[in-house]
Ligand binder design. Structure first.
Ligand SMILES: [Zn+2]
Ligand SMILES: [Zn+2]
Length: 320
């Protein structure tokens, strides 16, 4: 996947560089191409430096969240499977052919993508979750490493939601076809890999505004996800799908970007972008901000009483 990520990134960069050459007077050299791919002001900035460290930390936290999600799916599927068999479902007695495996992989992919949409929607709509998801949105420069810019609690929440929803389908398929949970997770992983390549996931966090034209109503193109990171208020809470935009269409959260539109990235508040400027702050600030909100709601600061007004001899009021 690392090869696919950077391979897609460089192919997109070559196409974008060639298009830019036609409209802007760029020098055609390796040096100017490298500068175009890795703009110094972006890669040397605080946002990119935080992304780089979070990328390596994510090598530990992401698999842990993945294992947690897998375990939730496993437990859910055992209960669903037992319930269906108890309710009288007769097992098919065989796993079926390749067609059934492809169909199951596709169904799991759809359910997983829907669950990603729903958990992402919740992260934008519920203030407590937004403080944690904001870590991803305070990136002011997008690079393929920004994908890993996530709070571990958000990863765990995503894993929990998809684990619960997938548990129903996995449990039913286990009871009827006899597939094991790891086998079905393998089918999902394969379908996800195809989906990742199809939507050019590698460049969704990049400066290349690639759109899919009319297919933007079905798939989340890189430009659509870049709009999701835009500082413009009209772009907030839009394009929350992961790979498919059909959920955005269904819940009316689609925003098709203007072709080639260059966007500025961040949470929409320069102060908050700055507040989440380091790895430690990305991990710690969401707890602090949530605690402050909770405290303000339960122990509001005492209001200072306005001084009493004393009428003077002519009957006019004056402050004591
Ligand atoms: Zn978001
Ligand atoms: Zn993103």
């Amino acid at each position: 996947m690392l090869l696919a990520t950077w391979g897609t990134f460089f192919v997109a960069a070559i196409v974008a560089f060639w298009l830019e050459l036609r409209v802007e007077a760029h020098e055609l050299s390796i040096k100017s191409f490298v500068k175009f791919c890795f703009p110094a002001d972006g890669w040397k900035g605080q946002s990119a430096r935080t992304d780089i460290v979070l990328y390596f930390v994510g090598k530990i936290t992401a698999p842990l969240a993945g294992i947690a999600g897998f375990m939730v799916t496993g437990v859910m599927s055992v209960y669903i499977s037992r319930y269906l068999l108890f309710a009288g479902l007769s097992p098919r007695g065989s796993k079926g052919g390749v067609g059934i495996a492809i169909l199951l992989g596709f169904v799991f992919f759809l359910i997983n993508d829907l669950s990603n949409y729903l958990s992402h929607l919740a992260e934008h709509q519920i203030p407590f979750l937004w403080e944690f998801h904001k870590v991803h949105h305070t990136a002011t420069f997008l690079s393929p490493l920004t994908t890993a810019r996530e709070h571990p609690l958000v990863m765990a929440f995503d894993g929990l939601v998809s684990g619960i929803l997938l548990g129903f389908a996995v449990g039913a398929a286990h009871a009827y076809y006899g597939y094991s949970v790891p086998e079905m997770m393998g089918l999902l992983a394969t379908a996800n890999m195809f989906g990742t390549l199809l939507v050019l996931d590698a460049i969704r966090h990049s400066q290349f505004p690639v759109s899919f034209g009319k297919l933007d109503h079905v798939l989340i193109s890189p430009h659509m996800h870049q709009l999701h990171h835009s500082v413009k208020e009209s772009h907030w809470n839009k394009n929350m799908g992961n790979k498919l935009s059909i959920w955005d269409e269904l819940f009316r959260t689609t925003f098709i970007p203007v072709r080639g539109e260059k966007l500025e990235f961040g949470s929409g508040s320069a102060e908050e972008d700055y507040e989440y400027r380091s790895v430690l702050r990305c991990y710690w600030v969401p707890f602090v901000r949530n605690f402050r909100s909770w405290k303000a709601a339960h122990w509001p600061a005492p209001q200072l009483e306005s001084p009493p007004c004393i009428p003077d001899q002519e009957g006019r009021s004056k402050v004591a």
